[in-house]
Design a protein around this ligand. Structure first.
Ligand SMILES: *Cc1c(COP(=O)(O)O)cnc(C)c1O
Length: 337
């Protein structure tokens, strides 16, 4: 793979590599969203991917690209969210030792989820920064290999396999709505779709609290933003000031970006649950939120919204879909969660 860019060929190679690890997920029609928007809306159900999110595609592709010698060194990550789960699961399948570094603040259920997937949970310090120092030590002193969540050519190519499945299942697609954080998912999808048909519109959607990629696009370079608690917690975090891959691809290939608010995300979680009967996490319904909020014009088009994951706290989820949402949508922006 060339050092400085990801190509459609890399996405096809990723698909061959991860077959048997990540599945081809269903694409289903959403009558309710179609009716509300005057478009033909379908949902790409990445929430049914193993580990509950699309991240398995990229993580598996990264691990499969490692040499035998590299695999023996083991892999490390600091993510306790969907990326951490994906790395843990892929490593377990490939018999690679995986360590997930996390602080003492990480809730017990997340720690157990990582352990349950076969990885070592290494609890260090009181903050994410201290966990990051331990991860760096494991890389520098013990030679372990860091698996990045989005800014990596193999990870982006792996996520791009979602785009290949869309081309197969709905070649006449007009617009795709993709949740956007570090941009690995949308970069891969855009690469696949635009290579096949540059007229397919690719729209990235982030929450309006701390949208690092959108701010970076505005600034013309990667910038840091303040993080706030959000229902779309999987969309939190920066893009890295030293971003090399996902930022340029998003800048060059994505047609539009849209921001949605917390109330809109809560509405979309409830709408998706009651109408499409899906338990979808906040980050994964931002496409539905953008459609329901009228933020993207799609009338008459064939639209796909990527429903990216389902790893949501079920207590919070049942509160939100039952209409008891104030506690979750009115959290103070100063709160650091
Ligand atoms: C990671 C994640 C995203 C965002 O993906 P990026 O590649 O960081 O843009 C969206 N939805 C879910 C559920 C995720 O876990």
């Amino acid at each position: 793979m060339p050092e400085d860019r990801v190509t459609l060929g890399d996405v096809y190679r990723a698909r061959a590599a991860i077959r048997g690890v990540a599945k081809h997920t269903p694409l289903v029609h959403s009558p309710a969203l179609s009716q509300r928007t005057g478009a033909t809306v379908s949902l790409k159900l990445e929430l049914f991917q193993d580990t509950g999110a699309f991240k398995l595609r990229g993580a598996a592709n990264r691990l499969l690209a490692m040499s035998e010698a590299e695999r023996r060194r083991g892999v490390v990550t600091m993510s306790t969210g969907n990326h951490g789960r994906a790395v843990a699961h892929a490593a377990n399948l490939l018999n690679v030792h995986a360590i997930v570094c996390m602080s003492r603040l990480v809730p017990a259920n997340k720690v157990e989820a990582i352990r349950g997937l076969g990885a070592e949970a290494r609890i260090v310090g009181e903050s994410q920064d201290e966990a990051a120092i331990e991860a760096r030590r494991l890389v520098e002193e013990d030679g372990m290999i860091l698996v990045p969540p989005f800014d990596d050519p193999h990870v982006i190519a792996g996520q791009g396999t979602v785009g290949l499945e869309l081309l197969e299942d709905m070649p006449e697609l007009d617009t795709v709505l993709v949740p956007l954080s570090g941009g690995g998912l949308i970069a891969g999808i855009a690469l696949a779709l635009k290579s096949a048909d540059p007229s397919i519109r690719v729209v990235g959607i982030s929450m309006d609290r701390g949208a690092a990629m959108v701010e970076s696009l505005r600034a013309g370079r990667p910038v840091e933003v303040t993080e706030y608690p959000s229902l779309a917690d999987s969309l939190g975090g920066g893009i890295g000031l030293d971003n090399r891959y996902s930022f340029p691809l998003v800048r060059d290939l994505v047609d539009e970006t849209v921001l949605v608010g917390e109330e809109e995300i809560a509405d979309a979680m409830a709408f998706t649950y009651w109408n499409d009967r899906l338990v979808a996490e906040g980050a994964s319904v931002v496409g539905a939120a953008a459609l329901l909020g009228g933020h993207v014009e799609v009338r008459g088009e064939r639209v796909v919204s990527v429903v990216s994951g389902r790893n949501v706290d079920m207590g919070a989820f049942t509160d939100i879909v039952a209409g008891h949402r104030d506690r979750y949508t009115t959290r103070n922006c100063e709160e650091s969660n």
